[in-house]
Write a protein that binds this ligand. Structure first.
Ligand code: NAP
Length: 342
């Protein structure tokens, strides 16, 4: 089977390669073997290859990127009663999803309804679950208080989910993007939400003006880096900076933030904490993701699809400025699923 691997962290084009593995993995007790069809290229996948500050360093040995995707159950291990061979499933967390086959615990595989396409299914867990995690963090940070919420990289796939939810829930959200063309796109998609582009010198004043007297109560930030200081300064006293990504460059030392004087809170959010929710809570979250996949698949937009072997071109596309949606890595369907090449 084909798998994308790296044995050290670094620039993906330099450290990733396609490897032919002689054998497929085998599912153990409570596990399923999934023949993967589609997996996304998420910014977090690339960060895992690059090894950003704050992320765990790669242990020795080969590692395959990827955390989610969809495919077809090939076989099941002992004690799996809910899924069977031939069933379409979306998987998360599924470390090593950039391979033709992955083994995951059965409770990490969600049966995909017929009306949901392969592409939508491949995108229906990480970002919608991230939206839920962000919304919960936002609810705790707001604690019923008035004030606006500012989000960075608003044109991102996650940012657009946040915008759609804000419109639905009447949340006073201000969208921040980095370019005039990005602002134009967001105005078209969400005309009721203010959009400000950081390429304009007066963007900070514009944010203050939009926020009015109550100011910015919470920032949802996935840019970080040198921008963190600006974002902290835009917060109202007692406000919260929710950090969930590191798309930006540069750094901001904690000591340069007015945390103490202005009683600010900095909070991290990661979808990898989702497994610590109870099985009942996870089932409710999965029901939300399935509902979104069925009824608003356009919120899980695909930028382009590439064969798994073309991962370099896929990564270049995923990093392209002004791209919309998520880039996918696909594996052609075998003519006879049971006989696919090992
Ligand atoms: N914590 C978690 O569990 C979790 C889960 C999912 C995603 N995330 C994070 O959420 C963020 C968005 O992910 P995604 O998959 O939605 O991204 P995406 O669809 O690939 O979109 C990336 C967006 O980021 C913008 N961007 C890129 N570099 C930027 C920079 N230096 N400054 C400002 N904007 C920049 C791009 O703007 P242009 O249109 O101008 O190019 C684009 O709108 C990422 O940081 C990702 O790691 C975190």
């Amino acid at each position: 089977m084909r798998t994308v691997v790296h044995t050290r962290q670094g620039e993906p084009a330099q450290v990733l390669r396609l490897r032919e593995e002689p054998e497929r993995p085998r599912p153990g007790t409570g596990q399923v073997l999934v023949r993967m069809r589609v997996r996304p290229v998420h910014p977090g996948d690339l960060a895992g290859v690059e090894g950003l500050p704050g992320l765990p360093e790669q242990q020795s040995g080969a590692r395959t990127p990827g955390v989610e995707g969809m495919g077809v159950v090939e076989s099941v291990g002992p004690d799996v009663h809910t899924l069977g061979p031939g069933q379409r499933v979306a998987v998360f967390p599924a470390p090593g999803a950039w391979a033709e086959y992955v083994v995951v615990a059965a409770d990490r595989a969600v049966a995909v309804p017929d009306e949901v396409s392969d592409e939508t299914a491949a995108l229906m867990l990480v970002n919608p679950l991230t939206l839920l995690m962000l919304y919960r963090a936002l609810g705790s940070a707001l604690r019923g208080r008035q004030g606006s919420v500012l989000q960075t990289a608003a044109g991102s796939s996650v940012g657009r989910l946040v915008s759609a939810a804000a419109v639905r829930h009447d949340l006073p959200l201000i969208n921040l993007v980095r370019s005039a063309s990005g602002a134009q796109k967001m105005r078209k998609l969400y005309p009721t939400l203010p959009v400000i582009a950081t390429c304009d010198d007066d963007w900070r004043e514009r944010v203050r003006h939009e926020a009015g007297e109550q100011g910015i109560r919470v920032v949802l930030d996935c840019v970080g880096g040198a921008m963190t200081r600006d974002l902290a300064e835009l917060l109202a006293d007692g406000g919260t900076l929710i950090s969930y990504g590191q798309l930006g460059s540069g750094t901001t030392p904690l000591e340069r933030l007015p945390l103490i004087q202005r009683a600010l809170t900095v909070q991290g959010v990661t979808v990898f904490r989702w497994m610590s929710r109870t099985p009942k809570e996870r089932a409710q979250d999965v029901a939300f993701a399935l509902d979104l996949a069925r009824n608003t698949p356009d919120l899980l937009e695909v930028a382009a699809s590439y064969d798994l072997a073309d991962f370099e071109a896929a990564i270049e596309h995923a990093r392209r400025p002004a791209k919309t949606g998520t880039v996918l890595l696909t594996t052609p369907q075998a003519a006879n699923p049971g006989q696919g090449a090992a």
